[in-house]
Structures are given as structure tokens and as C-alpha cells.
Design a protein around this ligand. Structure first.
Ligand code: BEZ
Length: 211
């Protein structure tokens, strides 16, 4: 059965480029991004892992631990990492799982047989400190993901986990947010001292509360 939002993220132990990892232990109390790619030594994947490494400080700032996966073996991963570092001008130091037996791919439903019988698609899971699944996206092999969008979504998830707000379309860190429908306008005015702009009774904006 496939995973749904709010489900427990399955735990696993796996061989990675930084040694054997227990997923929950690796995450600790941090947020996590687990993402699969189709294969090593492929062009789009090379740019994706390079981009992830380049954004290391952005992930760290948000207390997010990153973990990549493909079904290729560990020695292939190590060789490919050298190429990524060279061509993308980065140092990949986050772990890459060698999921040769497809154990993790199976737990997270990363193989979509109508896309490829053997390779993982570009799935990405965001896991909260409570180990619940907060978001997932799946792209085909031919389309590289936008890692700025991944950071944007993490900003939204972390904000909305702590305040009774939601983020509107195309929201970016620092912009006004939406008061959730469960909060009455009367309560919103008390909760959000920076002000509430009532456009419609169901559409109410407030400045980002943690800024
Ligand atoms: C790539 O990562 O470049 C790729 C992998 C599989 C199919 C197409 C592109």
C-alpha cells in the first residue's frame, strides 16, 4: 500500500555512502528529505545531487537532514560522487543509499512499474520531527526537480506546523500568510497582533507571524 500524508515514515537500515544508517537515528529530532533518483551516472540526477549539495547550508538552516537513494551499488555511488563533485563544483557529503535489493524503494513505493520496471522514479518525501510524512512529490525521470521549491515547501511546512496559518499560492518566506478557516476573525485579531486583513470572511491575511 502506498504512503499517505500523516502516515508514519517507514524506518529502515540501509547501506549508504557514509556507512550503514538507521533512518530514524540519522534523522534524530530533525526534519528529513528522502529522495530517489533513477540511476547513477545519468545527467539529470547529476545536476539534482549537485544542487542538493550546493544548498547544504539552506537545508542545515532549516534543520533538515537529506538522504538520497538509487538502486545502484555502493561502489558505483562512490565513483559517481567524484563526478558530481567535479562537474557541479560541490562536495556531496549527504548519504546516498545503495538500495540494490529495493527494500527502501518498496517501503516508499518508489518504483512505478509503468514508468520503469527496475529504476526508482524521482520521488521526494519530507518527514517531520515526529517521523510523520508531511509531503511527497513524484517526478518522471526526464524532469529534474526544483530544489528551491523543496526549500520553499519546507518553510511553509515549518511555519504552518507552529502557527494557525496556511500559505497562499506562490508564497515565499516573508510574505503575508492566510489565517486558517478554523480560527474565527475575532480570535485571529487576538492571535495575530500584526493585524488581520479580511478580504472575505473566509480569506484573511496576516503578516508572517515568526518574522
Ligand atoms: C537522468 O538522470 O538524466 C535520467 C535518468 C533516466 C532517464 C532519463 C534521464
Amino acid at each position: 500500500m502506498s504512503l499517505r500524508l500523516g502516515d508514519d515514515a517507514p524506518n529502515f537500515t540501509a547501506e549508504t555512502t557514509i556507512g550503514t544508517i538507521n533512518f530514524y537515528e540519522y534523522l534524530g529530532d530533525s526534519w528529513g528529505v528522502l529522495f530517489s533518483h533513477p540511476a547513477d551516472y545519468t545527467p539529470v540526477c547529476t545536476t539534482e545531487l549537485g544542487r542538493t549539495a550546493a544548498l547544504k547550508e539552506e537545508f542545515a538552516k532549516r534543520d533538515v537532514k537529506v538522504l538520497a537513494l538509487s538502486v545502484d551499488p555502493i561502489d558505483k555511488h562512490h565513483g559517481w560522487v567524484k563526478d558530481i563533485n567535479e562537474t557541479q563544483n560541490v562536495t556531496v557529503d549527504f548519504p546516498i543509499i545503495a538500495d540494490e535489493d529495493r527494500k527502501v524503494a518498496g517501503l516508499y513505493d518508489m518504483i512505478h512499474p509503468n514508468a520503469s520496471a527496475t529504476a526508482t522514479v524521482r520521488s521526494l518525501f519530507i518527514i517531520g520531527p515526529d517521523k510523520k510524512l508531511k509531503l511527497y512529490i513524484t517526478y518522471p525521470a526526464s524532469t529534474g526537480r526544483n530544489f528551491f521549491e523543496v526549500l520553499r515547501v519546507i518553510d511553509s511546512l515549518q511555519l504552518t506546523a507552529n502557527y494557525s496559518v496556511a500559505t497562499p499560492a506562490n508564497w515565499e518566506e516573508g510574505q503575508d500568510v492566510i489565517v486558517v478557516p478554523a480560527v474565527s476573525t475575532e480570535d485571529a485579531i487576538k492571535k495575530f497582533p500584526k493585524g488581520v486583513n479580511v478580504v472575505k470572511p473566509y480569506l484573511r491575511y496576516t503578516p508572517q507571524p515568526n518574522k
